[in-house]
Design a protein around this ligand. Sequence first.
Ligand code: BG6
Length: 474
Amino acid sequence: QVPDDHVIVLFGATGDLARRKLLPGLFHLANAGLLPRKYRIIGSAPTKSALRDEEFRQRAKDAVAEFGMAKPVGEAWRAFESALSFGTADPEQPGPLIAAVKAAEKAIGGSPRRLFHLAVPPAAFGSVVGMLGATRLAEGGSVIIEKPFGSDLASARDLNGTVHAVFDESRIFRIDHFLGKESVDNILALRFANGLLEPIWNRDHISHVQIDVPEAIGIEGRAGFFEGTGTFRDMIVTHLFQVLGFVAMEPPTTLAAKPLRDERSKVFEAMKPIDVAHVVRGQYDGYRSEPGVDPHSQTETFVALRTEVDNWRWAGVPFFLRSGKSLAQRRQVVSLHFKETPLRMFPVDTRASVDHRANTLVIDFDDPGWIATRFLAKEPGPTMRLAEAEMTFRYADSFQKAHGLEGYERLILDAMLGNQALFTRSDGIERLWEISEPLLKAPPEVELHARGSWGPESINDLIAPHHWYLPDGH
Ligand code: BG6
Protein backbone atom coordinates (compact mmCIF):
# COMPACT_ATOMS: atom_id res chain seq x y z
CA GLN A 1 0.00 0.00 0.00
CA VAL A 2 1.40 3.38 -1.00
CA PRO A 3 0.59 6.35 1.26
CA ASP A 4 -1.35 9.42 0.11
CA ASP A 5 0.66 12.39 -1.16
CA HIS A 6 2.73 13.94 1.62
CA VAL A 7 4.83 16.90 2.65
CA ILE A 8 7.30 15.60 5.22
CA VAL A 9 9.03 18.13 7.45
CA LEU A 10 12.16 16.81 9.09
CA PHE A 11 13.13 18.83 12.18
CA GLY A 12 16.72 18.18 13.21
CA ALA A 13 17.64 17.73 9.55
CA THR A 14 21.28 18.66 10.19
CA GLY A 15 21.60 16.21 13.10
CA ASP A 16 23.10 12.79 13.56
CA LEU A 17 19.86 10.80 13.39
CA ALA A 18 18.83 12.44 10.12
CA ARG A 19 22.25 11.68 8.64
CA ARG A 20 22.58 8.08 9.83
CA LYS A 21 19.03 6.81 9.58
CA LEU A 22 16.30 9.14 8.37
CA LEU A 23 17.60 10.52 5.08
CA PRO A 24 19.07 7.16 3.99
CA GLY A 25 15.85 5.49 5.13
CA LEU A 26 13.61 7.86 3.17
CA PHE A 27 15.68 7.27 0.06
CA HIS A 28 15.46 3.52 0.57
CA LEU A 29 11.67 3.83 0.84
CA ALA A 30 11.65 5.86 -2.38
CA ASN A 31 13.71 3.20 -4.08
CA ALA A 32 11.42 0.46 -2.86
CA GLY A 33 8.46 2.35 -4.36
CA LEU A 34 6.95 2.91 -0.94
CA LEU A 35 6.89 6.71 -0.78
CA PRO A 36 3.73 8.46 -1.97
CA ARG A 37 3.27 9.13 -5.65
CA LYS A 38 3.92 12.81 -4.95
CA TYR A 39 5.94 13.95 -1.97
CA ARG A 40 8.30 16.69 -0.78
CA ILE A 41 10.75 16.48 2.11
CA ILE A 42 11.61 19.74 3.83
CA GLY A 43 14.65 19.73 6.09
CA SER A 44 14.39 22.11 9.00
CA ALA A 45 16.68 23.38 11.75
CA PRO A 46 17.08 26.55 13.82
CA THR A 47 18.22 29.67 11.94
CA LYS A 48 21.77 29.30 13.22
CA SER A 49 22.08 26.02 11.29
CA ALA A 50 20.43 27.32 8.10
CA LEU A 51 21.27 25.54 4.85
CA ARG A 52 20.50 26.46 1.28
CA ASP A 53 18.48 23.86 -0.64
CA GLU A 54 21.57 22.76 -2.60
CA GLU A 55 23.57 22.36 0.60
CA PHE A 56 20.84 20.22 2.13
CA ARG A 57 20.69 18.06 -1.00
CA GLN A 58 24.45 17.59 -0.90
CA ARG A 59 24.32 16.62 2.79
CA ALA A 60 21.54 14.18 2.08
CA LYS A 61 23.58 12.68 -0.75
CA ASP A 62 26.64 12.28 1.48
CA ALA A 63 24.50 10.71 4.19
CA VAL A 64 22.90 8.25 1.78
CA ALA A 65 26.30 7.38 0.28
CA GLU A 66 27.74 6.66 3.72
CA PHE A 67 24.85 4.97 5.49
CA GLY A 68 22.29 3.99 2.87
CA MET A 69 21.41 0.52 1.58
CA ALA A 70 20.61 2.13 -1.78
CA LYS A 71 23.32 4.33 -3.29
CA PRO A 72 22.53 7.91 -4.41
CA VAL A 73 22.94 7.47 -8.15
CA GLY A 74 20.96 7.59 -11.36
CA GLU A 75 17.42 8.66 -12.04
CA ALA A 76 16.18 7.39 -8.66
CA TRP A 77 18.49 9.77 -6.83
CA ARG A 78 17.72 12.70 -9.11
CA ALA A 79 13.99 12.28 -8.52
CA PHE A 80 14.49 12.04 -4.75
CA GLU A 81 16.87 14.98 -4.64
CA SER A 82 14.46 17.22 -6.50
CA ALA A 83 11.91 16.62 -3.72
CA LEU A 84 14.26 18.01 -1.04
CA SER A 85 14.27 21.58 0.19
CA PHE A 86 15.17 23.41 3.39
CA GLY A 87 13.28 25.86 5.61
CA THR A 88 14.52 27.16 8.95
CA ALA A 89 12.19 27.46 11.90
CA ASP A 90 12.73 29.10 15.25
CA PRO A 91 9.68 29.27 17.50
CA GLU A 92 9.75 33.09 17.08
CA GLN A 93 10.69 33.02 13.39
CA PRO A 94 8.74 30.28 11.66
CA GLY A 95 8.41 32.27 8.41
CA PRO A 96 10.88 30.37 6.20
CA LEU A 97 9.38 26.99 7.17
CA ILE A 98 5.84 28.17 6.51
CA ALA A 99 6.95 29.42 3.10
CA ALA A 100 8.69 26.12 2.33
CA VAL A 101 5.61 24.10 3.29
CA LYS A 102 3.35 26.30 1.15
CA ALA A 103 5.72 25.99 -1.81
CA ALA A 104 5.90 22.21 -1.44
CA GLU A 105 2.11 21.89 -1.24
CA LYS A 106 1.70 24.03 -4.32
CA ALA A 107 4.23 21.93 -6.22
CA ILE A 108 2.37 18.73 -5.31
CA GLY A 109 -1.11 20.15 -5.91
CA GLY A 110 -4.34 18.82 -4.37
CA SER A 111 -4.35 18.44 -0.58
CA PRO A 112 -1.26 16.51 0.45
CA ARG A 113 -0.95 15.39 4.08
CA ARG A 114 1.62 16.91 6.40
CA LEU A 115 3.94 14.79 8.51
CA PHE A 116 6.29 16.44 10.99
CA HIS A 117 9.20 14.32 12.19
CA LEU A 118 10.80 15.72 15.35
CA ALA A 119 14.36 14.35 15.28
CA VAL A 120 15.43 16.98 17.79
CA PRO A 121 16.72 16.78 21.39
CA PRO A 122 13.95 15.89 23.87
CA ALA A 123 14.17 19.38 25.45
CA ALA A 124 13.06 20.92 22.14
CA PHE A 125 9.94 18.74 21.57
CA GLY A 126 7.64 21.12 23.46
CA SER A 127 8.70 24.31 21.70
CA VAL A 128 8.56 22.76 18.22
CA VAL A 129 5.09 21.34 18.86
CA GLY A 130 4.00 24.72 20.27
CA MET A 131 5.26 26.45 17.12
CA LEU A 132 3.38 23.97 14.91
CA GLY A 133 0.22 24.79 16.84
CA ALA A 134 0.70 28.56 16.89
CA THR A 135 1.42 28.74 13.15
CA ARG A 136 -1.44 26.32 12.38
CA LEU A 137 1.01 24.24 10.37
CA ALA A 138 -0.19 21.34 12.52
CA GLU A 139 -3.73 21.48 11.13
CA GLY A 140 -4.61 18.17 9.57
CA GLY A 141 -1.05 16.96 10.07
CA SER A 142 0.59 14.13 11.99
CA VAL A 143 3.69 14.18 14.15
CA ILE A 144 6.46 11.66 14.79
CA ILE A 145 8.20 12.25 18.12
CA GLU A 146 11.51 10.64 18.97
CA LYS A 147 12.31 8.89 22.22
CA PRO A 148 12.85 9.36 25.08
CA PHE A 149 9.39 10.84 25.51
CA GLY A 150 9.95 12.90 28.67
CA SER A 151 12.61 12.24 31.24
CA ASP A 152 10.36 11.14 34.11
CA LEU A 153 6.67 10.77 34.87
CA ALA A 154 5.99 14.47 35.44
CA SER A 155 7.77 15.61 32.27
CA ALA A 156 6.13 12.86 30.19
CA ARG A 157 2.70 13.98 31.46
CA ASP A 158 3.56 17.61 30.66
CA LEU A 159 4.75 16.68 27.22
CA ASN A 160 1.66 14.60 26.56
CA GLY A 161 -0.39 17.66 27.60
CA THR A 162 1.55 19.94 25.25
CA VAL A 163 1.28 17.57 22.32
CA HIS A 164 -2.40 16.80 22.92
CA ALA A 165 -3.14 20.54 22.89
CA VAL A 166 -2.00 20.60 19.25
CA PHE A 167 -2.46 17.07 17.86
CA ASP A 168 -5.17 14.49 18.42
CA GLU A 169 -3.79 11.20 19.84
CA SER A 170 -4.67 9.51 16.52
CA ARG A 171 -2.13 11.84 14.83
CA ILE A 172 0.70 11.29 17.32
CA PHE A 173 3.36 8.72 16.45
CA ARG A 174 5.81 8.27 19.35
CA ILE A 175 8.56 6.37 17.66
CA ASP A 176 10.75 3.64 19.12
CA HIS A 177 12.65 2.22 16.20
CA PHE A 178 13.20 -1.15 17.89
CA LEU A 179 9.48 -1.82 17.36
CA GLY A 180 9.99 -1.46 13.62
CA LYS A 181 12.79 -4.01 13.48
CA GLU A 182 11.86 -6.95 11.31
CA SER A 183 12.85 -9.53 13.88
CA VAL A 184 11.08 -7.79 16.76
CA ASP A 185 7.84 -7.94 14.77
CA ASN A 186 8.64 -11.53 14.04
CA ILE A 187 8.26 -12.24 17.77
CA LEU A 188 4.52 -11.76 17.20
CA ALA A 189 4.55 -14.21 14.30
CA LEU A 190 6.65 -16.73 16.18
CA ARG A 191 4.38 -16.64 19.19
CA PHE A 192 0.93 -16.21 17.73
CA ALA A 193 1.06 -17.78 14.27
CA ASN A 194 2.37 -21.12 15.55
CA GLY A 195 0.97 -23.62 18.02
CA LEU A 196 4.45 -24.80 18.91
CA LEU A 197 5.68 -22.35 21.49
CA GLU A 198 2.77 -20.48 23.00
CA PRO A 199 1.68 -23.36 25.30
CA ILE A 200 5.07 -23.28 27.02
CA TRP A 201 5.55 -19.49 26.90
CA ASN A 202 4.80 -18.95 30.59
CA ARG A 203 5.88 -19.34 34.20
CA ASP A 204 5.23 -23.08 34.21
CA HIS A 205 8.04 -23.68 31.76
CA ILE A 206 10.29 -20.63 31.69
CA SER A 207 12.70 -19.96 34.52
CA HIS A 208 13.89 -16.52 33.43
CA VAL A 209 14.16 -14.22 30.45
CA GLN A 210 17.08 -12.09 29.39
CA ILE A 211 16.89 -9.06 27.10
CA ASP A 212 20.39 -8.04 26.22
CA VAL A 213 21.54 -5.08 24.12
CA PRO A 214 25.25 -4.57 24.71
CA GLU A 215 26.85 -2.10 22.31
CA ALA A 216 30.51 -1.94 21.30
CA ILE A 217 30.33 1.73 20.30
CA GLY A 218 30.84 4.51 22.82
CA ILE A 219 28.85 7.72 22.85
CA GLU A 220 30.13 8.68 19.36
CA GLY A 221 30.54 12.39 20.09
CA ARG A 222 26.97 12.65 21.46
CA ALA A 223 28.04 13.94 24.90
CA GLY A 224 25.53 16.79 24.70
CA PHE A 225 22.66 14.32 24.43
CA PHE A 226 24.07 11.50 26.47
CA GLU A 227 25.23 13.39 29.59
CA GLY A 228 21.67 14.52 30.28
CA THR A 229 20.09 11.22 29.27
CA GLY A 230 22.15 8.17 30.24
CA THR A 231 21.58 4.54 29.33
CA PHE A 232 18.46 4.05 31.41
CA ARG A 233 16.52 6.77 29.57
CA ASP A 234 18.21 6.22 26.21
CA MET A 235 17.81 2.44 26.04
CA ILE A 236 16.04 0.71 28.94
CA VAL A 237 12.83 2.66 29.59
CA THR A 238 12.48 2.91 25.82
CA HIS A 239 13.82 0.12 23.61
CA LEU A 240 14.31 -2.72 26.09
CA PHE A 241 11.00 -2.23 27.90
CA GLN A 242 9.20 -2.06 24.56
CA VAL A 243 10.78 -5.33 23.42
CA LEU A 244 9.79 -6.80 26.77
CA GLY A 245 6.23 -5.75 25.93
CA PHE A 246 6.29 -7.94 22.81
CA VAL A 247 7.86 -10.89 24.61
CA ALA A 248 5.45 -10.80 27.55
CA MET A 249 2.13 -9.68 26.04
CA GLU A 250 -1.02 -11.77 25.81
CA PRO A 251 -2.33 -12.60 22.33
CA PRO A 252 -4.17 -9.57 20.97
CA THR A 253 -7.60 -10.16 19.45
CA THR A 254 -6.35 -8.78 16.12
CA LEU A 255 -3.23 -7.05 14.85
CA ALA A 256 -4.99 -3.70 14.70
CA ALA A 257 -3.43 -0.81 16.57
CA LYS A 258 -5.81 -0.73 19.52
CA PRO A 259 -5.68 -4.37 20.63
CA LEU A 260 -1.93 -4.54 20.04
CA ARG A 261 -1.27 -1.43 22.08
CA ASP A 262 -3.79 -2.43 24.75
CA GLU A 263 -1.95 -5.71 25.30
CA ARG A 264 1.43 -4.01 25.55
CA SER A 265 0.03 -1.47 27.99
CA LYS A 266 -1.32 -4.30 30.14
CA VAL A 267 2.19 -5.74 30.41
CA PHE A 268 3.51 -2.36 31.57
CA GLU A 269 0.62 -2.11 34.04
CA ALA A 270 1.66 -5.47 35.49
CA MET A 271 5.34 -4.58 35.82
CA LYS A 272 6.43 -4.01 39.38
CA PRO A 273 8.09 -0.70 40.28
CA ILE A 274 11.84 -1.06 39.83
CA ASP A 275 13.60 -2.14 43.00
CA VAL A 276 16.92 -0.28 43.17
CA ALA A 277 18.42 -3.24 45.02
CA HIS A 278 18.14 -5.04 41.68
CA VAL A 279 19.82 -2.41 39.53
CA VAL A 280 23.47 -2.02 38.56
CA ARG A 281 24.44 1.34 37.07
CA GLY A 282 27.84 1.35 35.41
CA GLN A 283 30.11 3.70 33.54
CA TYR A 284 32.92 2.68 31.23
CA ASP A 285 36.39 3.69 32.19
CA GLY A 286 37.36 6.78 30.21
CA TYR A 287 33.82 8.11 29.76
CA ARG A 288 34.63 11.12 31.95
CA SER A 289 37.48 12.09 29.60
CA GLU A 290 35.26 12.11 26.51
CA PRO A 291 34.91 15.59 24.98
CA GLY A 292 31.96 17.42 26.49
CA VAL A 293 31.59 15.08 29.48
CA ASP A 294 31.75 16.38 33.06
CA PRO A 295 34.98 14.99 34.65
CA HIS A 296 32.89 13.97 37.69
CA SER A 297 29.93 12.74 35.69
CA GLN A 298 27.56 10.32 37.41
CA THR A 299 25.71 9.58 34.16
CA GLU A 300 25.46 5.85 33.60
CA THR A 301 26.63 4.32 30.33
CA PHE A 302 25.54 0.86 31.48
CA VAL A 303 22.49 -0.58 33.20
CA ALA A 304 21.61 -4.09 34.22
CA LEU A 305 18.43 -4.72 36.14
CA ARG A 306 15.91 -7.31 37.16
CA THR A 307 12.25 -6.69 36.67
CA GLU A 308 9.08 -8.73 36.98
CA VAL A 309 5.76 -8.82 35.22
CA ASP A 310 3.35 -9.61 37.97
CA ASN A 311 0.52 -11.33 36.17
CA TRP A 312 -0.97 -14.79 35.72
CA ARG A 313 1.46 -15.74 32.96
CA TRP A 314 4.71 -14.41 34.41
CA ALA A 315 4.50 -14.09 38.21
CA GLY A 316 7.82 -15.13 39.71
CA VAL A 317 9.75 -15.16 36.43
CA PRO A 318 12.56 -12.59 36.54
CA PHE A 319 13.36 -10.60 33.42
CA PHE A 320 17.01 -9.52 33.32
CA LEU A 321 17.80 -6.55 31.11
CA ARG A 322 21.21 -5.21 30.18
CA SER A 323 22.50 -2.48 27.90
CA GLY A 324 25.62 -0.37 27.80
CA LYS A 325 28.17 1.42 25.67
CA SER A 326 31.78 0.39 25.00
CA LEU A 327 31.09 -3.22 25.90
CA ALA A 328 32.75 -6.33 24.51
CA GLN A 329 30.38 -6.90 21.59
CA ARG A 330 27.27 -5.57 19.94
CA ARG A 331 24.31 -7.87 20.45
CA GLN A 332 20.53 -7.52 20.44
CA VAL A 333 19.18 -10.69 21.91
CA VAL A 334 16.21 -12.04 23.81
CA SER A 335 16.79 -15.40 25.42
CA LEU A 336 14.14 -17.48 27.15
CA HIS A 337 15.59 -20.02 29.54
CA PHE A 338 13.46 -23.06 30.14
CA LYS A 339 13.19 -24.90 33.41
CA GLU A 340 15.16 -28.09 33.88
CA THR A 341 13.41 -31.41 33.47
CA PRO A 342 12.09 -32.90 36.73
CA LEU A 343 14.28 -35.98 36.59
CA ARG A 344 17.95 -36.15 35.72
CA MET A 345 18.29 -39.61 34.27
CA PHE A 346 21.32 -38.87 32.10
CA PRO A 347 24.82 -39.28 33.42
CA VAL A 348 26.34 -35.94 34.35
CA ASP A 349 28.95 -34.95 31.84
CA THR A 350 31.60 -32.85 33.52
CA ARG A 351 33.27 -31.59 30.36
CA ALA A 352 33.40 -27.81 30.52
CA SER A 353 31.95 -27.62 27.04
CA VAL A 354 28.65 -29.17 28.09
CA ASP A 355 26.24 -26.69 29.58
CA HIS A 356 23.45 -28.62 31.25
CA ARG A 357 21.40 -25.46 31.26
CA ALA A 358 21.37 -25.39 27.46
CA ASN A 359 17.65 -25.28 27.24
CA THR A 360 17.10 -22.01 25.61
CA LEU A 361 15.27 -20.18 22.88
CA VAL A 362 17.38 -17.34 21.51
CA ILE A 363 15.96 -14.53 19.40
CA ASP A 364 18.59 -12.31 17.88
CA PHE A 365 16.83 -9.16 16.73
CA ASP A 366 19.77 -7.26 15.29
CA ASP A 367 19.02 -6.91 11.55
CA PRO A 368 18.62 -9.31 9.83
CA GLY A 369 18.24 -11.45 12.98
CA TRP A 370 17.94 -15.17 13.62
CA ILE A 371 16.26 -17.55 16.04
CA ALA A 372 17.85 -20.61 17.61
CA THR A 373 16.89 -23.25 20.09
CA ARG A 374 19.71 -24.68 22.13
CA PHE A 375 19.10 -28.08 23.61
CA LEU A 376 20.85 -31.24 24.73
CA ALA A 377 21.13 -34.16 22.33
CA LYS A 378 22.69 -37.57 22.49
CA GLU A 379 26.18 -37.55 21.09
CA PRO A 380 26.52 -40.37 18.53
CA GLY A 381 28.30 -43.31 20.09
CA PRO A 382 27.76 -46.34 22.30
CA THR A 383 27.20 -44.44 25.53
CA MET A 384 24.60 -41.92 26.54
CA ARG A 385 26.67 -38.79 26.42
CA LEU A 386 24.91 -35.51 25.98
CA ALA A 387 26.12 -32.60 23.96
CA GLU A 388 24.69 -29.20 23.12
CA ALA A 389 22.83 -28.99 19.85
CA GLU A 390 21.11 -26.21 18.00
CA MET A 391 18.36 -25.58 15.51
CA THR A 392 18.60 -22.22 13.82
CA PHE A 393 16.35 -20.13 11.62
CA ARG A 394 18.04 -17.55 9.41
CA TYR A 395 16.03 -15.32 7.15
CA ALA A 396 18.28 -15.96 4.17
CA ASP A 397 17.72 -19.74 4.43
CA SER A 398 13.95 -19.41 4.33
CA PHE A 399 13.28 -16.29 2.32
CA GLN A 400 14.73 -15.03 -0.91
CA LYS A 401 14.43 -11.51 0.35
CA ALA A 402 16.41 -11.63 3.55
CA HIS A 403 16.36 -7.86 4.11
CA GLY A 404 13.14 -5.97 4.58
CA LEU A 405 12.90 -2.41 5.75
CA GLU A 406 14.95 -1.02 8.59
CA GLY A 407 13.13 -0.07 11.80
CA TYR A 408 12.89 3.61 10.98
CA GLU A 409 11.81 2.98 7.42
CA ARG A 410 9.00 0.67 8.42
CA LEU A 411 7.76 3.11 11.05
CA ILE A 412 7.91 6.23 8.88
CA LEU A 413 5.91 4.32 6.28
CA ASP A 414 3.37 3.25 8.93
CA ALA A 415 3.07 6.87 10.14
CA MET A 416 2.29 7.99 6.58
CA LEU A 417 -0.30 5.22 6.35
CA GLY A 418 -1.77 6.27 9.71
CA ASN A 419 -1.09 2.89 11.35
CA GLN A 420 -0.18 3.33 15.03
CA ALA A 421 0.17 -0.36 15.95
CA LEU A 422 3.96 -0.23 16.33
CA PHE A 423 4.07 3.14 18.08
CA THR A 424 3.97 3.76 21.79
CA ARG A 425 0.92 5.26 23.46
CA SER A 426 0.66 7.88 26.20
CA ASP A 427 -0.69 5.50 28.87
CA GLY A 428 2.05 2.94 28.24
CA ILE A 429 4.82 5.54 28.30
CA GLU A 430 3.54 7.15 31.46
CA ARG A 431 3.28 3.79 33.19
CA LEU A 432 6.89 2.96 32.28
CA TRP A 433 8.05 6.24 33.80
CA GLU A 434 5.92 5.51 36.85
CA ILE A 435 7.56 2.15 37.53
CA SER A 436 10.96 3.83 36.99
CA GLU A 437 10.40 6.47 39.68
CA PRO A 438 12.22 4.60 42.50
CA LEU A 439 15.34 4.38 40.33
CA LEU A 440 15.15 7.95 39.07
CA LYS A 441 14.65 9.28 42.59
CA ALA A 442 17.43 7.28 44.25
CA PRO A 443 19.84 5.98 41.62
CA PRO A 444 22.60 3.74 42.95
CA GLU A 445 26.19 4.99 42.54
CA VAL A 446 27.74 4.30 39.16
CA GLU A 447 30.32 1.52 39.19
CA LEU A 448 33.25 1.89 36.83
CA HIS A 449 34.05 -0.99 34.49
CA ALA A 450 36.71 -1.63 31.88
CA ARG A 451 35.97 -0.77 28.27
CA GLY A 452 35.40 -3.87 26.21
CA SER A 453 34.08 -5.85 29.20
CA TRP A 454 30.49 -6.99 29.84
CA GLY A 455 29.93 -4.42 32.59
CA PRO A 456 30.67 -4.26 36.33
CA GLU A 457 31.33 -7.56 38.11
CA SER A 458 28.33 -7.03 40.38
CA ILE A 459 25.98 -7.96 37.54
CA ASN A 460 26.81 -11.59 38.29
CA ASP A 461 25.28 -11.26 41.75
CA LEU A 462 22.28 -9.54 40.21
CA ILE A 463 21.44 -12.55 38.06
CA ALA A 464 22.58 -15.35 40.42
CA PRO A 465 21.82 -18.26 40.62
CA HIS A 466 21.41 -17.84 36.87
CA HIS A 467 24.16 -16.65 34.54
CA TRP A 468 24.33 -13.94 31.91
CA TYR A 469 23.98 -15.61 28.61
CA LEU A 470 25.42 -14.73 25.23
CA PRO A 471 24.93 -16.96 22.22
CA ASP A 472 28.66 -17.37 21.66
CA GLY A 473 28.75 -19.29 24.92
CA HIS A 474 29.99 -16.43 27.03
C1 BG6 B 1 19.25 4.79 19.74
C2 BG6 B 1 20.08 5.22 20.92
O1 BG6 B 1 17.89 5.04 19.99
O2 BG6 B 1 19.46 3.41 19.50
C3 BG6 B 1 21.54 4.91 20.68
O3 BG6 B 1 19.91 6.62 21.15
C4 BG6 B 1 21.72 3.45 20.31
O4 BG6 B 1 22.31 5.24 21.85
C5 BG6 B 1 20.78 3.07 19.17
O5 BG6 B 1 23.08 3.25 19.92
C6 BG6 B 1 20.84 1.59 18.81
O6 BG6 B 1 20.08 1.41 17.64
P1 BG6 B 1 20.45 0.38 16.47
O7 BG6 B 1 19.70 0.89 15.30
O8 BG6 B 1 21.92 0.34 16.35
O9 BG6 B 1 19.88 -0.91 16.90
